[in-house]
Write a protein that binds this ligand. Structure first.
Ligand code: UFG
Length: 339
């Protein structure tokens, strides 16, 4: 029988790309999104892409009763994939209460709704930020959870801890933590892509906006880090590779019904790319110059972090297929048509 999956944040960046793939793989999908940081056009893009009408529950996950009612009415579901959250590190530094008040109650309420409705499988959008400023890189899932470097990071660490506690009480309830490195790029069709309501603070969308003339200049945050060219090193992973990892994690959880241990997976490409290398990858792929200047270091940035994804490779049989060039090519294609 067709499995029915609830995707919160279904109109957001990774959520919309994961829905596209879930539908392609034959799942019945219900999106949950109140468009607080996304656009209704994402549903239209998904409908064009998949040829299906996508059901969406317009629910505020911070409202417990509203969440409980909506999920109970739309149930049964075989699984929940929980993306909905605020995600900007810098914004969280400026507005910590906003991050705590949104990211924490929403995960608690959706987890409670899952438990009350007997939904066993729960895939949670986590982040490499849970490792803090790791002493040894690449980081594995055994790297200790670090001190949070931002309120955003603290919400991810807290949510993982809370879901772990819930699993101790309700042993059948099975969360999986997917720890993303730097998600970027867009669907090859350019029918969906990243389109938060608030200005982006991430490198790849900013590069695209500068080249599109929507911003004047990119500031490279520091060029005297202890890295090969002095700029920060990150692990940029294509959003469609992430979508594929979600399907693999979901399928593993669905197959292993009786196994209730919590699993965590690092999702990155396992290679670091510096900010200056990212700029030159963009220039090489698109033939366009990026107007940039070296600026001040950004508080909270670590010099370098990248993934050891060998656990995901072994257990999920997942391998990222797309490169930094694919990221730049699809992000630029999307930038030119985005709503
Ligand atoms: N950068 C610039 N200029 C900009 C924007 C970014 O030089 O205008 C640099 C940053 O210093 C960093 C790199 O580009 O070295 C990537 O920065 P992003 O803001 O795109 O991403 P972060 O690495 O800060 O954040 C990512 C994820 C978060 C996650 C965090 C953990 O987006 O979800 O990594 O480190 F929590």
């Amino acid at each position: 029988m067709q499995k029915k999956i609830l995707v919160t944040g279904g109109c957001g960046f990774i959520g919309s790309h994961t829905i596209a793939l879930l539908i392609e793989k034959g799942y019945d999908v219900v999106s949950l999104d109140n468009f607080s940081n996304s656009h209704k056009e994402a549903l239209k893009g998904l409908e064009k892409l998949t040829g299906r009408t996508i059901a969406n529950l317009e629910v505020n996950l911070c409202d417990r009763l509203e969440t409980m009612k909506a999920i109970t009415e739309a149930a049964p579901f075989d699984a929940v994939i929980h993306f909905a959250a605020y995600k900007s590190v810098g914004e969280s530094m400026a507005k910590p209460f906003m991050y705590y008040q949104n990211n924490i109650p929403s995960v608690i309420n959706i987890a409670e709704a899952a438990v009350r409705n007997g939904i066993q499988h729960f895939i949670f959008s986590s982040s490499c930020t849970v490792y803090g400023d790791a002493e040894v890189i690449p980081v594995t899932e055994n790297t200790p959870i670090g001190n949070a470097l931002s309120p955003y990071g603290l919400t991810k660490i807290t949510a993982e801890a809370q879901l772990t506690d819930v699993n101790k009480r309700y042993k059948w309830f099975k969360p999986t933590f997917l720890r993303y490195f730097n998600p970027a790029g867009a669907h090859e069709s350019a029918l969906i892509g990243e389109a938060s309501r608030r200005p982006s603070t991430n490198l790849v969308p900013i590069i695209c906006e500068v080249v599109a003339g929507k911003r004047e200049k990119l500031a490279v945050f520091g060029d005297d880090y202890q890295t090969r060219d002095g700029s920060c090193i990150r692990d940029y992973v294509h959003v469609m590779d992430l979508a594929e990892a979600h399907i693999s994690a979901l399928e593993l959880s669905l197959i292993q019904e009786s196994k209730t241990d919590i699993e965590s997976f690092n999702l990155g490409i396992g290679e670091g790319v510096s900010v200056l290398e990212a700029i030159s990858a963009f220039e090489q792929v698109t033939g366009k110059k990026v107007n940039y200047a070296i600026g001040e270091k950004r508080p909270g940035d670590v010099a370098a972090i990248f993934a050891d994804y060998s656990k995901a490779a072994k257990v999920l049989n997942w391998k990222p297929k797309r490169t930094i060039e694919d990221i730049m090519e699809t992000a630029w294609k999307w930038e030119q048509v985005r709503w």
